[in-house]
Write a protein that binds this ligand. Structure first.
Ligand code: HEC
Ligand code: HEC
Length: 197
């Protein structure tokens, strides 16, 4: 195995490392999610291009991203002001609420050719070793399947250019090994996958 892949495989083993311990309340989260619905949709299924769906995301992932928005490690002009006001309990409740919602596919037209070449590319780059079979996410690793195409492109380009945050540096390492063309192929493939098993 080449050294880079070995490193990724070892990093993947550390994925169960201790996440924040949330005492979460899904019903409280439903109420707290009301101000979020204008962008992320009433049940966490967004419809605006470039805005991620949150439904079906692993709770730890959502919680960690909210922490990073609040402390300024991840920044977005639309999103940051909403995270600044959240307490730790709010974040745990919101994360549990969104994890319990059923994700729906974003209506992204996929280019057939990119879908066909995307799978072997995803296998070659071990995307499923961290994002799970079917790329539906686990622990602090997000669900990718069925996510908005423009958002996937923005994040993958952002990791490579180091303009988006990255909790543990894994995605920066992954994205640095991808060309722009591979990013486009992967994003089209991922956006067209079913968002839930
Ligand atoms: C005005 C629109 C808007 C509102 C309101 C909003 N967000 Fe966001 N949110 C965004 C955008 C845009 C992004 C993507 C930012 C980026 O590209 O990095 C985002 C990203 C996120 C992410 C990261 C998702 C991922 O896959 O990494 C989480 C979690 C999140 N928002 C939760 C919330 C919660 C919880 C609320 C309510 C308290 C909320 N948002 C309110 C626009 C909004
Ligand atoms: C070694 C583990 C690992 C591997 C391999 C990996 N990822 Fe990730 N990925 C992560 C983690 C952890 C995050 C969350 C990072 C953060 O804090 O933004 C992430 C985040 C992402 C995001 C952002 C999603 C969102 O909701 O914001 C995309 C897109 C992504 N990965 C795509 C891929 C693709 C495509 C591959 C294969 C080419 C891949 N990943 C391989 C661990 C991995």
């Amino acid at each position: 195995m080449p050294p880079r892949l070995l490193t990724l495989a070892l990093l993947a083993l550390t994925l169960s490392a201790s996440p924040p311990a949330p005492a979460a309340d899904v019903e409280a989260g439903r109420g707290k999610a009301e101000p979020c619905a204008v962008c992320h949709g009433p049940d966490g299924n967004a419809t605006t291009s470039g805005t991620p769906s949150l439904a079906g995301m692993p709770a730890y992932y959502t919680h960690w991203q909210l922490i990073m928005f609040r402390d300024g490690r991840r920044r977005d002009p639309q999103m940051s002001p909403f995270a600044e006001r959240l307490s730790d309990a709010d974040m745990a409740d919101l994360a549990a609420y969104y994890a319990a919602q059923r994700p729906r596919a974003r209506s992204t037209p996929s280019e057939v050719g990119k879908f066909a070449t995307g799978r072997p590319l995803a296998d070659a780059h071990h995307c499923t070793s961290c994002h799970g079979p079917g790329l539906i996410g686990q622990q602090q690793v997000p669900r990718l399947a069925g996510q908005d195409l423009d958002y996937l492109l923005k994040r993958l380009r952002g990791y490579r250019a180091k303009t988006t945050s990255d909790l543990d540096g894994m995605m920066t390492m992954v994205a640095e090994s991808l060309t722009e063309q591979e990013i486009e192929t992967l994003a089209h493939y991922i956006a067209a996958l079913p968002p839930a098993p």
